[in-house]
Design a protein around this ligand. Structure first.
Ligand code: SF4
Length: 164
């Protein structure tokens, strides 16, 4: 049976981003041909559909789970509840399907495994994780960016061809 992987839906071509667009990654889709893909959009799962935001995390991601930091829009409105709901719904899907790997979209306050905006809405990126990524990692799910996953598949294929 194919291995299962959770993937941010916008990377698969769904127009679920805050600005109504997708971030289709064709190369990634090619790499996933032999995988059973479970597409998720945590923001949609949290009830945030259609054009919205943008949102940023004000404070540290881990502190959002302790009620000490928030996810806000440009006007400072609090969307923390929706982001947490999306993260826990994604975790529930992962657990129910026995998924151990996720490929999540970079720079998103929900999904990002590497960089997020710093909460100032001044276009400043900092190292950090989105809410859903953080929660999945806490539950021992291995999270990749799409570029990391493509590199991983490439090096796996190279090692297989050297053997065979
Ligand atoms: S929440 Fe994740 S899957 Fe949904 S649009 Fe944002 S980056 Fe893509």
């Amino acid at each position: 049976m194919a291995k299962r992987v959770i993937v941010s839906k916008c990377l698969l071509g769904y127009r679920c981003r805050y600005d109504g667009r997708s971030c289709l990654d064709r190369e990634l889709k090619k790499c996933l041909k032999e995988w059973e893909v479970v597409g998720v959009c945590p923001e949609e799962l949290g009830g945030l559909r259609g054009r919205r935001g943008p949102f940023q995390i004000k404070g540290k991601t881990r502190e959002v789970f302790l009620g000490k930091a928030k996810v806000v829009d440009r006007k400072g409105r609090d969307f923390t509840r929706e982001f947490l709901e999306g993260a826990f719904s994604t975790l529930k899907i992962a657990k129910s399907k026995g998924v151990k790997i996720a490929i999540l979209k970079s720079k998103s306050p929900s999904c990002s495994p590497d960089y997020i905006y710093d909460g100032s809405f001044k276009n400043r990126l900092v190292k950090g994780e989105g809410i859903t990524c953080f929660l999945l990692k806490q539950h021992r799910i291995k999270v990749f960016t799409s570029d990391e996953f493509k590199r991983y598949i490439l090096s796996y294929k190279k090692s297989q061809s050297r053997r065979g």
